[in-house]
Design a protein around this ligand. Sequence first.
Ligand code: FES
Length: 127
Amino acid sequence: MPLNRRDLGRGCVACALSAGAAAPVLAAAPAHAKGKKIIKTKKVKKGKIVAKRGVVVTQPKKGTFRVFSATCTHQGCKVSSVDRKEIGCPCHGSRFSAKNGFVLAGPATKDLPPVAFVIEKGIIYLA
Ligand code: FES
């Protein structure tokens, strides 16, 4: 059974992805080793760079959150802008998708890596 957006938008991305495309997302919740708090979901709006965690949190669609490394894959600058569609790097102008971290415009050639997270009671944590 393929994963759908709803499966990935709520809860643990790492667990959903590790379940693989061929396996259903199990009803039983896995035991999470909840990591450090990133941010409250209500503070994200369209997107938010959380420098102290080195991540950028996006909300490409209302209620759907994504977390990526905030370090540009071109030469390591920190990204500086984010909205519902794009994450931007100020150094040389690379742009990445807020939905999946894919490169939209170079010079970066590698996508922003996703960061595993969990959402619990309206708070996003590192997984
Ligand atoms: Fe981000 Fe060059 S370091 S575009």
